[in-house]
Design a binder for this molecule. Structure first.
Ligand code: TXA
Ligand code: MG
Length: 314
């Protein structure tokens, strides 16, 4: 495999069956989730999982999220808890990943967890992701389907442009509605926010009736939370009031700009347009100035991605 261009699969029962057959054969299949496109492989197949790391150029210390059909399946792989149950009941299927202690005899490839004693699990809500999981009937390891460190993919075209023939097939079901990755909560101790994402932290805290511990500014505890990430080729300048010479301007709210994340200042719209607009502005070859984005709700995830896109490389 991996000899020519990726094959596009339609979001039909035939396409989902083909995707499942390819996963069974150890191939890499990209598919849409409500957050971003994932690069899927059978999470029990070490060679297939190794191919994910190779295709993305991802460091092997950075573990993957395992995608499951439902919360009942999660108990096969991890030590479930009341807190996990509360969050799963409230937010699954949906853009939330839970990090839980691994169970003995979990059967997952050790590469998936990068040798950690924990595993990140998620039950996606996107109908195409669910249909692939239904047809495959097993755990699917899936990072975002982009080269490591680059802008995340929210369309099938982003996947094909970024990974080319390194991915065997792409289930194309249009743009991802949420547009930023899942929120990751660590439940291997007091609940910790490991990555802001598609479920606002405030909503999670309401269900838990407590504050999430924050890891921002501290040591990297989600190993993939590298400072420079989501990086366009040009420089990114944040909290800009307007474009400087040689820059393109990514706006938010009612303002003059090259592309506007949400002219009405709607954070859900802004998260759904963020990566597509970064891809488009990156293609101009210019530096990108970005308007200030409020920090509450989905704004936390948007600002997190923008700060990493703007961080010094190297
Ligand atoms: O929305 C999403 O979560 C998307 C879609 C495809 O589901 N996936 C995604 O995967 O964003 P990825 O690989 O780009 O990001 C996964 C993050 C990484 O930062 C990784 O370090 C963290 O999850 N992670 C995975 N397993 C972990 C673990 N056991 N403990 C702490 N962090 C973990
Ligand atoms: Mg990613």
């Amino acid at each position: 495999m991996n000899t020519s261009k990726p094959r596009y699969l339609a979001p039909t029962s035939d396409g989902f069956e083909q995707a499942a057959d390819l996963l069974r054969a150890g191939a890499l299949v990209a598919f849409p989730t409500e957050t971003v496109y994932g690069l899927g492989a059978d999470a029990r197949n070490g060679r297939a999982v190794a191919a994910i790391f190779a295709a993305k150029g991802r460091p092997s210390f950075n573990p993957l999220i395992v995608h499951l059909r439902d919360a009942a399946t999660a108990r096969q792989f991890c030590q479930w808890s009341d807190t996990a149950n509360a969050l799963a009941s409230a937010f699954w299927p949906g853009p939330l990943s839970l990090v839980l202690p691994l169970k003995d005899d979990h059967g997952l490839s050790a590469l998936v967890t990068a040798g950690l004693p924990t595993v990140a699990l998620r039950v996606p809500a996107h109908p195409a992701a669910r249909a692939v999981l239904d047809a495959f009937k097993g755990p699917v390891a899936a990072p975002s389907a982009n080269p490591s460190g680059k802008i995340s993919p929210t369309t099938a075209r982003h996947v094909a442009t970024g990974l080319g023939a390194k991915v065997d097939a792409i289930v194309d079901d249009g743009p991802c509605p949420v547009g930023v990755e899942s929120t990751i909560v660590g439940l291997d101790g007091p609940p910790r926010l490991l990555r802001p994402g598609g479920v606002p932290a405030e909503d999670i805290e309401r269900v838990l009736s407590c504050k999430l511990l924050s890891v921002t500014g501290g040591a990297i505890t989600a190993p993939g939370q590298l400072v420079s990430h989501y990086a366009p080729h040009g420089r990114v300048r944040l909290n800009a009031q307007k474009a400087a010479e040689g820059e393109v301007f990514l706006g938010f709210g009612d303002m003059a700009c090259d592309l506007n994340l949400s002219p009405t200042g709607d954070l859900a719209e802004a998260s759904s347009t963020l990566f597509e607009y970064l891809h488009q502005l990156d293609a101009t070859g210019k530096s990108i100035a970005v308007a200030p984005i409020p920090a509450h709700g989905l704004g936390a995830a948007i600002n997190d991605r923008l700060q990493r896109a703007a961080a010094p490389r190297g």
